[in-house]
Design a protein around this ligand. Sequence first.
Ligand code: BG6
Length: 470
Amino acid sequence: MNTVKSGKRRSDALVLFGVTGDLAHKMIFPALYAMAKRGALNVPVVGVASSKWSLAQLRKRATDSIKASGGIADRRALHRLLSLLRYVDGDYNDPATYLALKNALGKARRPAHYLAIPPALFTTVIKGLCAAGLADGARVIVEKPFGRDLASARSLNRIAASVFPQDSIFRIDHYLAKEAIMNILYFRFANSFLEPIWNRNYVASVQITLAEDFGVKGRGAFYETAGCLRDVVQNHLFQIVALLAMEPPTYRGFGAVHGETADVFQAMRPLKTGDLVRGQYAGYRKEPGVAKSSDVETFCALRLYIDSWRWEGVPWYLRSGKFLAETAAEVIVQLKSPPQRLFADSAPAPGGTNYLRFRLSPNSAVALAARVKRAGEDFVGDQRELYLIDERPGEEAPYERLLGDAMAGNGALFTREDAVEAAWAVVDPVLTKHRRAAPYRRCGWGPKEADALIADDGGWHNPVPRPARA
Ligand code: BG6
């Protein structure tokens, strides 16, 4: 399956709304620099913001961002990027901003507009682009979270589709462009040994952890509008579930993958209050931009079910949080015990059975845990991992990949309208109806209520630190 489609015309300019913001600083400038290093950035890059900056300030910001993300090894590439930068200052509600943008775009006729701005402003900008004639022949790239609930996602989809053709709308979820996550799709369908056991008959439960050992890092104001469920669960974690749970794509094309992904979300049972544990780390309310009495969750643990033939009755446990003990992401597919207890230790308690582990970050690996006999007279053994290190030095970073793909008109690694809405439909019931966030201490694994949620299935596997390199 190839994600690169030919025949589409490349965008002839990149417009970055929100160019002075956090996302541009952390992700977009480093991605543009990487593209410039590969010789893959040859179009004007027009930043738009309402920060009253000068072009010189923007260039400095871009340089600082690239320095902070790993240094400037290639000064020619940096200068190339800086020479392509333009800056338009203005209010997104003001038609004059779009006129200024039109001027800055010069001869470009097929810009890609990247909305790295708060979701509440998406509609304003899309309408502004349309009114100024800047949507014709253009593409729009929209950051997650796409909407903040089912109703707003539907309305945003409607507005975007009234201005841009579907194949010109690119909804970003950068997890889809991570090598370790693309490998889930590959590993499942490029091998034949998994399929016979990949179902409710052999799988006891699945758990996914996305843990971070840092807090909101100055993004308190954004986080107050989102919380963990909207920030990473409805999108990043659900996309991982979809790749693990989907049926085999019926043809060789990403349209088939998108269809199967959307079907997984359709089959997910909408969450109930008791399926969700919310937590908040100690000191969150003292973060800049955070309300003193905030109930926004910085941790989520949830149990969900996929009501399909394949997964009926198999619980899926998802958890994510800030200020946990590690920064790591991992999937554990826990298999059932053997049907007969032939050896004293061959039918271990839930959680002690064979499993498949996908390590997604910070390193990437696939491991299969199986029992092996210990030397000696007794038939007893230990569970050991067959460990497949799966690291590719020099791989493209997700934003570099996604920006390039969107500008080339390749939508393979972006999320489809129906999938986004179906994913919102699963979390929608608990966005407002939920228990209060339970406080948890920093550097642990979240509130104890999260342990109770999974107790019957053997508890959480806490990801271990990145192994030392040999
Ligand atoms: C972002 C969230 O989408 O994903 C952040 O807004 C989170 O809160 C980040 O930290 C995690 O992404 P990654 O690539 O660092 O695992």
